[in-house]
Design a protein around this ligand. Structure first.
Ligand code: 5RP
Length: 258
């Protein structure tokens, strides 16, 4: 395949014989092995794929193969996992510049633009990942799409104050035409819409998920427009941020770069 770089046969695997968790582990470990070096400041993503990258960082620190790194977690969940593995943590307040950040995604388009925030951590993820020299995305092939939108709703983090008003303002943007806004209920971390209580993010905010039937025509324009709505904190469109996407697919583990 042109434009794609495959890893060696040792990481080659087939979807049919390998579980989803094993695929996530393969890309999580591969990203850490390729991009995290001793002495670095590292951003740790959130979600079931990023979990394995955090696990690998912990493992390499314990074995002594990695030394003198500090990490910035993108959610309370990731912070707790990292602490349980003895990974030294810092914050953006003391370390504004990161060497690398590694995270999963909900959708990846051909330009490597992303939808993120299915786990409700989009704000901290974006704050950390935008400050990284390299942002490495780790996914299985099911996350690849031709156009963002129909495969996964776009999450928007909004302030609780008059949230119904803010939802209406977002949904009425011309660039969001056709979207169905749904306030996230239940746990913010699993994109539920059917719990009894409104989901609350680590930052004390709400999430509205924008559902689309058709692919989003101009994700960059939509990203700009949503960000301008007063009451919006941030959104899960991560445009022009990915340095590389490591993908576990039917033909093995491979990498795409913009
Ligand atoms: C959390 C995220 C996650 O990275 C995204 O939801 C992918 O998660 P998973 O690896 O569990 O599929 O953006 O806010």
């Amino acid at each position: 395949k042109s434009g794609l770089r495959f890893y060696t046969t040792t990481t080659s695997l087939t979807m049919s014989t390998v579980s989803q968790d094993e695929l996530k582990k393969q890309v999580g470990y591969q990203a850490v092995d390729d991009y995290v070096k001793s002495g670095m400041v590292v951003g740790l993503g959130t979600g079931s794929t990023a979990y394995f990258a955090v696990e690998r960082v912990g493992e390499l620190l314990k074995s002594g193969e990695l030394k003198d790194i500090v990490c910035i977690p993108t959610s309370v969940r990731t912070k707790e996992q990292a602490e349980s593995l003895g990974i030294p943590l810092v914050t953006l307040d003391t370390h504004s510049k990161l060497d690398v950040a590694i995270d999963g995604a909900d959708e990846v388009d051909p330009d490597l633009n992303l939808v993120k925030g299915g786990g409700g951590a989009l704000l901290r993820e974006k704050m950390v990942e935008v400050m990284a020299d390299k942002f490495i995305v780790i996914v299985d092939e099911s996350k690849l799409c031709d156009g963002l939108g129909p495969g996964f709703p776009v999450p928007v983090e909004i302030t609780p104050f008059c949230h119904e008003h803010t939802m209406r303002q977002v949904a009425s943007l011309p660039s969001c035409a056709g979207c169905k806004p749904v306030l996230r209920m239940g746990s913010s971390s699993n994109n539920q819409v059917d719990g009894d209580e409104i989901a609350v993010t680590d930052n004390g905010n709400y999430i509205v998920d924008l559902h689309f039937d058709e692919p989003i025509k101009d994700a960059r324009k939509m990203a700009e427009d949503i960000k301008k709505v007063v009451g919006v904190v941030d959104h899960g469109l991560f445009c022009d941020m990915s340095t590389a996407v490591i993908i576990a697919g039917s033909e093995g583990v491979y990498k795409k770069e913009p």
